[in-house]
Design a protein around this ligand. Structure first.
Ligand SMILES: Cc1ncc(COP(=O)(O)O)c(C=O)c1O
Length: 373
């Protein structure tokens, strides 16, 4: 058994997440732990809620980070807004839509799937056709930025259509938040969740969520108890809600929240519009560079995620070998394809703190050297 402290290697994290963490976030996380009900900590919680409202572009009172990774945020939204026997439309154009369907079915609901080919955005027409045929649907859920394929869907229009048919909406913004516009109030999203480890430049483990009044009203009037004690919003609210006196629900990950606070401050200092612009411009430079190496881009123009390029593995090139050479010789991590795209694409992220010119040049130059010999 080792008796040495673990010192991680210095990597450039250009996979589908986590991205590199800003040093200020790491420093914040190393500060002394205080109690999760200390008045100074409650003050920090209020600041985090306010900064998250800015990040999500919302005034929703119930905006806070769930203690857990993005999948817990996903589950928290679904278990609160899905009741047994309910009809739910789940849009699937990659791995994470599939995960939503699994959770919906575990809630005892009837999941109707609107499917799009992997690598394409969800079709707004197809959603509308499915809603017409299933007028008793109560909820529509979809992934804004599908990290398994690199496709960006039109969240604003999908939500608009869902509301036309009186459905609530849940939007996964794990990869989109901070990297592309996510406008919760303007787009009228009812429930939204994200993750700390992508465009927010924070370590994994926290999932910012936000619920509007309509979603809260649904949760308060549920016929069945939320089947998860930990994620039941009616209970979590005692700790993260607006009451002057907060009470114990679970022991919050205190130092992780120091980190999120610092990451959100950094985003506020940069200005969220500037962050969206930086991701877009860096992606354009990167795509140009990839093309000049003769590499093909998997997603068609207009539907590409600025924070994640999906690149076709050229014929005759060993996908795993290229990734392991990038890691071992250049300290650059990129992601493999998932599911049906395994071995066919690379997923190269330019998310949050990772999205800068130095990393673009380092990755292009390393790929050039590896592909040439
Ligand atoms: C779009 C999307 N949704 C959900 C998740 C799940 O997040 P986590 O891995 O933090 O549980 C991810 C993770 O990559 C994701 O990309």
């Amino acid at each position: 058994m080792s008796t040495q402290p673990f010192i991680p290697p210095k990597r450039i994290l250009m996979g589908p997440g986590p991205s590199n963490v800003h040093p200020r976030v790491l420093q914040a996380m190393a500060r002394p732990t205080i109690g999760h009900l200390d008045p100074q900590f409650i003050k920090l919680m209020d600041e985090i809620k306010e900064l998250l409202r800015y990040t999500f572009q919302t005034k929703n009172e119930l905006t806070f980070p769930v203690s857990g990774p993005g999948s817990v945020g996903m589950e928290a939204c679904l278990v609160n807004l899905v009741e047994p026997g309910m009809k739910v439309i789940v849009c699937i154009n990659g791995v994470f839509g599939g995960r939503m369907k699994d959770i919906v079915e575990r809630c005892g609901a009837n999941a109707i799937v609107v499917e799009a080919p992997w690598g394409e955005a969800i079709s707004t027409n197809k959603l509308e056709e499915t809603l017409k045929k299933n007028s008793d649907t109560k909820l529509v859920s979809f992934v804004h930025a599908e990290t398994s394929t690199g496709a960006l869907s039109d969240a604003k229009t999908l939500v608009e259509i869902a509301h036309k048919y009186n459905c609530l909406t849940i939007v996964d913004t794990v990869t989109s938040l901070g990297g592309v516009p996510v406008k919760v109030d303007e787009w009228n999203i009812d429930a939204v969740y994200s993750g700390s480890q992508k465009c927010l430049s924070c370590p994994p483990g926290l999932s910012p969520v936000s619920f509007n009044e309509k979603a809260i009203e649904f949760i308060k009037n549920r016929k069945h108890k939320v089947q998860s004690w930990f994620m039941d919003i009616n209970l979590v609210i005692s700790y993260w809600g607006s009451a002057a006196k907060r009470s114990y629900h679970h022991t919050a990950p205190i130092n992780a929240l120091y980190g999120l606070h610092e990451a959100l401050l950094l985003l506020k200092e940069e200005g969220i519009e500037n962050s969206w612009k930086r991701h877009k411009e860096n992606n354009e430079k990167f795509i140009e560079g990839l093309k000049s190496l003769g590499l093909g881009i998997f997603v068609k123009e207009g539907q590409r995620l600025p924070e994640l390029a999906t690149v076709k593995v050229p014929d005759g090139v060993n996908d795993a070998q290229v990734r392991s050479r990038l890691l071992n010789e250049f300290n650059i991590e990129i992601g493999a394809g998932l599911g049906i795209l395994a071995g066919k694409i690379w997923r190269i992220g330019l998310m949050g703190y990772t999205s800068n010119e130095g990393n673009i040049n380092a990755c292009l130059s390393a790929l050039k050297q590896i592909l040439n010999n």
